[in-house]
Design a protein around this ligand. Structure first.
Ligand code: ZN
Ligand code: ZN
Length: 341
């Protein structure tokens, strides 16, 4: 019988990866297309990609595929050929990570999910095949020069806070599923305008564009490959850059500057800052923006309370930490920003 799941311990897998001498290429791709039998598609994919020594995290759903993987350099062509042999995936863009040591994954995990992007949509007539038109960086720049164009940011508030496109509108919510109806409502008087949606890599705004079309909008566009691809294209082709500030990314850098300006403020003192950090108090771990001098003053903590906490004896901290569910603790300023505007 074919191996369809990994059966080796995490520890051993990690060790194997570190003993590997061949470099790996890390890349991501996604595509919306109808998969009739996600379970069967998943098993077929696992079998083939396992043979090609691919590691990573892949989600498969009725609506498509979303993947972040690493591939040994010598097998990259075979990997690409295999992927492109699947009709729906033929020619899809593979986003290769630039700064990367190839050690981000040490096992292949392919999971069947309800959706590749959780959207909360229950309407059975919603159709992902009717989506907005792609715009590339050049078209984005040209279209945003027209007065009848509205740009909507479909990322989270903390991503918007440190960087976004000129004149972009923020949809102030913590979750994508809340943002969809909210965006449609915010735009209800602009049904005849050009609406361009964007996100980090394109997967969310592509769905959002289909959602607006579903809601009766007619001129809906979405930025191909998201901010990441836009920033690369602008650099490569020497185009005008309309992205201000930093692009937030979930790795140890927590952000990559695209524009040169700092558009956010330190949450503690209000001085210009765009450095996201997690509160050093592990019972809090709040994600917030902190300037260098506040980092010193508060010893990496988000508040005086947390600073006091980290100086308690370890035993006492442990006792107090019990029962605290920190979840995804994120400082949310978007609602405050909304009220100020
Ligand atoms: Zn500060
Ligand atoms: Zn804290």
């Amino acid at each position: 019988m074919a191996v369809l799941h990994n059966r080796i311990s995490q520890k051993e897998l990690k060790e194997r990866l570190y003993q590997e001498t061949e470099p790996r290429t890390t890349l991501s791709f996604y595509h919306y297309f109808i998969i009739e039998d996600p379970k069967q598609f998943r098993d077929m994919l696992y079998k083939q990609l396992n043979e090609l020594k691919v590691f990573g995290r892949i989600y498969v759903a009725h609506e498509g595929i979303n993947a972040q993987v690493s591939v040994p350099v010598s097998l990259f062509e075979s990997f690409k050929n295999y992927l492109y042999s699947i009709t729906a995936l033929n020619g899809i863009r593979l986003n290769v990570a630039i700064e990367d040591d190839g050690k981000s994954f040490w096992v292949l995990k392919i999971k069947v999910r309800d959706k590749i992007v959780a959207d909360g949509i229950t309407d059975p007539t919603f159709d992902m095949s009717k989506k907005g038109s792609y715009v590339n960086a050049e078209q984005f720049n040209a279209l945003t020069n027209e007065p009848d164009t509205i740009v909507i940011d479909m990322r989270n508030h903390y991503e918007f806070e440190v960087g976004h496109f000129e004149n972009a509108i923020e949809v102030p919510s913590d979750t994508f599923r809340e943002q969809l109806p909210m965006a449609a409502d915010m735009m209800k008087d602009a049904k005849d305008k050009n609406i361009i949606m964007y996100c980090t890599g394109g997967i969310r705004c592509e769905k959002a564009s289909a959602y607006l079309l579903h809601k009766g909008f007619s001129n809906v566009f979405h930025l191909e490959g998201g901010i990441i691809h836009y920033a690369n294209t602008v650099k490569e082709k020497g185009l005008e850059n309309k992205f201000l500030g930093k692009n937030f990314v979930f790795d140890e850098r927590l952000g990559e500057s695209i524009g040169t300006e700092i558009i956010a403020k330190c949450h503690q003192c209000g001085k210009p800052a765009d450095r996201h950090v997690n509160c050093i108090n592990s019972a809090c771990h709040l994600l917030f923006i902190q300037c260098e001098s506040c980092a010193k003053e508060f010893e990496g903590c988000c508040s005086k309370e947390c600073q006091d906490f980290i100086h308690l004896p370890e035993e006492q901290q442990k006792a107090l930490r019990k029962g605290i569910d920190k979840g995804r603790n994120v400082f949310n300023k978007s609602r405050i920003r909304k009220l100020q505007n």
